[in-house]
Design a binder for this molecule. Structure first.
Ligand code: ADP
Length: 193
């Protein structure tokens, strides 16, 4: 595990897993800065594509607005291209990918192709009520109440199976997402040491 990663500063190929509203985007940014590696949010990348009116943006806009997932093949291309950029070579904090079991396998394949592997998967969790409240409070264009609920449903159905998958690989680190941003950051640092 972690073969080929920088021996002096190992353990920086990280995935953040958690339901919408769990705060994983915020925490991925903070941890990325701390570790000196990019925080890569696939949701953010797709929103930029939509805002920029690119081919990809046109393809995914309706899907995102419905709360559904973009197809695995499209996401594989997006992530492969991003992880091939030089700034990802020494580590990354992935936020929003993988979201399905096939995506987890794609990610493992991309990393294996470079002689790398994931070092840890941080699961940030919080009670459902808290998640809905938070998601509604920070509402973006694609965050209408029904869409928020749909995202949570899709998370439970498609993404939650990844918890068991990564647990089986010995990579899962569970972190309680309730409390201040700083409190959660400290827990995350403790969990990945
Ligand atoms: P959240 O608000 O749940 O944190 P994100 O910002 O990560 O959501 O992503 C917003 C939307 O972008 C998702 O609901 C989905 O439509 C799309 N998306 C992002 N990442 C993926 C992915 N890995 N697979 C499929 N769709 C994705």
């Amino acid at each position: 595990m972690g073969a080929g990663s920088d021996a002096a500063r190992p353990g920086r190929n990280l995935v953040f897993l958690g339901p919408p509203g769990s705060g994983k985007g915020t925490q991925a940014e903070i941890l990325g800065k701390k570790l000196g590696v990019p925080a890569i949010s696939t949701g953010e990348m797709l929103r930029e594509a939509v805002a920029g009116g690119t081919e990809l943006g046109k393809k995914v806009e309706g899907i995102m607005n419905s709360g559904a997932l973009v197809d695995d093949d499209t996401m594989a291309e997006v992530v492969r291209e991003r992880l091939e950029r030089p700034d990802s070579r020494r580590g990354f904090v992935l936020d929003g990918y993988p979201r399905t079991l096939p995506q987890a396998e794609t990610l493992a394949g991309i990393l294996a192709g470079e002689g790398h592997a994931l070092d840890a998967v941080v699961l940030i969790d919080a009670p459902e009520e808290e998640l809905v409240d938070r998601a509604l409070a920070r509402r973006r264009a694609d965050d209408k109440a029904e869409v928020v609920r749909e995202r949570l449903r899709v998370y439970r159905q498609k993404t939650e199976p990844l918890v068991g998958y990564y647990e089986g690989l010995g990579l899962l680190r569970r972190v309680d997402g309730l409390g201040s941003i700083d409190a959660v950051s400290s827990r995350i640092l403790g969990a990945i040491e």
